[in-house]
Design a protein around this ligand. Sequence first.
Ligand SMILES: [Zn+2]
Length: 270
Amino acid sequence: MFNSNPMVLNFIAGFSFAFLIAFISFRVRFLTKSGSIATFLLAGVIFSLGGIKWSVPILTFFILSSLLSKFRKKRNEEVELYFEKSGVRDHMQVLANGGIGGILVIINAIHPDELFYLIYLSSLSAVCADTWATEIGTWKRTLTYNILNFKLVEQGISGGISLIGTFGAVLGSFTISLSGIYWNTLHTGNYLVLIIFAGVFGSLFDSYLGATVQSQNKCNVCNKITEKDIHCGMNADYHRGLKWMNNDAVNFLSGIAGIIVILILKNIIA
Ligand SMILES: [Zn+2]
C-alpha cells in the first residue's frame, strides 16, 4: 500500500522539503528560476535517498554560501564587475556545485559504503572552500596575487589568490568537515585533515585552472579582463583560455580534484 511503503514516504518528505528550500531560495534571490528548479530536483534526490546524514552538509554549504554572497555584494560592488555571474545562482552553478553529490547519493543507495559519504564530503569541501575563498577573499580590498607567478593582479580575477581568500578556503572546508563529523567513522583527526586538505587543494586547483585554461574576455570599453560576455554595456571579446572552460566547468573540476585527493590520501593516512 501507498502509505505503508517507507521508500515512498521518504520521497514525499524529501521532495516536499526540497520544494520548500527551492521556493524560499527563489523568493530571497539566492537562486534564479532555473537554479531553483535544479535545486528542487537535486535536493529532492539527496534528501529522499540520503536522509539527514546527506542533507545537513549540502544545506550547510548552500545556505551559508548564499548568505556570504549577499553580504559580499553589499560591501564590495566593485569586484562584481569582474565575475561571470552575480550572487544569484542559476541551474548550471547548482549542478556544478552539487551534481557530484546527486550521483554519489544514488550510487550509495544501490551499493551502500561509507567511502561514498567521505567522497561526498570532500567534493562539497572543495566547492565550499572555493566559494568561500572568493566570497571572503573579496569581502574587502586586499592584495591579490597570480597563483602561477605571484605577481600582483586585480582583486576577483580568475587565478588570483590572497591571504584572506585562503583563510576563507580553510574556513569553508572546516565548516563542511564539521557538518558531517557526527556520521564520521574514521579517527577524528584523520577525518578533519582529509576533508580540509581535499577542500583547500580543490580550491587551489580551481585558481590554477583560472590562471591557465579558464575562458577570459576583454572589455572593448574599459580594457578590463573579465569572465563576463557583456561589460560596460558592450560585447566583450574573447581574450584567452578554452572557450568552453567557464566558471561552472572549473568549479566542477575542482570538486573532482577534491575527490581524487581524498582517495589518494585516505590510503596513506587512514
Ligand atoms: Zn568594461
